[in-house]
Design a protein around this ligand. Structure first.
Ligand code: ZN
Length: 203
């Protein structure tokens, strides 16, 4: 971990695809490390970096720190581009800021959902990615307390995406590769189509 991160609002550099760090396995944090001031500072900087991007999740390896730590937040203001029907279909609801350390998926729904998703480490692109519709995760919070929760819909998608980063996996490893699109073209051509329609058209 970087021991020289200053206090205060700071935006970290987000690594882009092709950087070896994004393909490495992140290591677990010990309870003592979770409670260290350095980790508190990393969380604060990751929160500012995620909000500044803006994004709904950020994993420590994306900012060059190879540890199992993820921050998540889905703010209502990010939902303005979506219609109520699109929000309902995605089961997308606001998620307050929180931290997941050493997370594990302990159960997952067999049914999957397919939507376009993007990544702060693959700027400008999106693709249709199948994800489990719901998952149960166990992790430590920033106070080193154990937490178990069930996430559904978009929240479950965010968690699966961010936890993949901790194993060196990017959405491009899981996407329907023919649906890869620039964000501009997704908004221009595909935003009103269902995932299966997009897949058929681009097949
Ligand atoms: Zn990502």
């Amino acid at each position: 971990m970087n021991g020289f991160l200053p206090l205060g609002k700071m935006r970290l550099k987000i690594l882009q695809a092709g950087d070896e760090m994004l393909r490495a396995k992140a290591r677990e944090l010990s309870p003592a490390e979770i409670l260290a001031e350095e980790t508190e500072r990393l969380i604060e900087h990751m929160k500012n970096t995620m909000r500044d991007a803006p994004g709904v999740g950020l994993a420590a390896p994306q900012v060059g720190v190879p540890v199992q730590l993820v921050v998540v937040e889905d703010r209502e203001e990010y939902h303005k581009k979506l219609t109520p029907a699109q929000l309902a279909e995605r089961e997308r609801r606001p998620v307050p800021f929180h931290v997941l350390i050493n997370p594990r998926i302990v159960a997952r729904d067999q049914s999957t959902a397919e939507f376009f998703e993007g990544c702060l480490s693959l700027v400008g692109y999106v693709a249709i990615v199948p994800r489990s519709a719901s998952i149960t995760v166990e992790f430590s919070n920033e106070r080193a307390e154990p937490v178990r929760l069930e996430a559904r819909g978009w929240y479950a998608r965010i968690l699966q995406h961010e936890m993949d980063h901790l194993s060196g996996v990017l959405y491009t490893d899981r996407m329907h590769s023919r649906t890869l699109s620039t964000i501009e073209n997704m908004e221009r051509f595909w935003k009103d189509f269902k995932a299966h329609e997009v897949r058929t058209r681009l097949a």
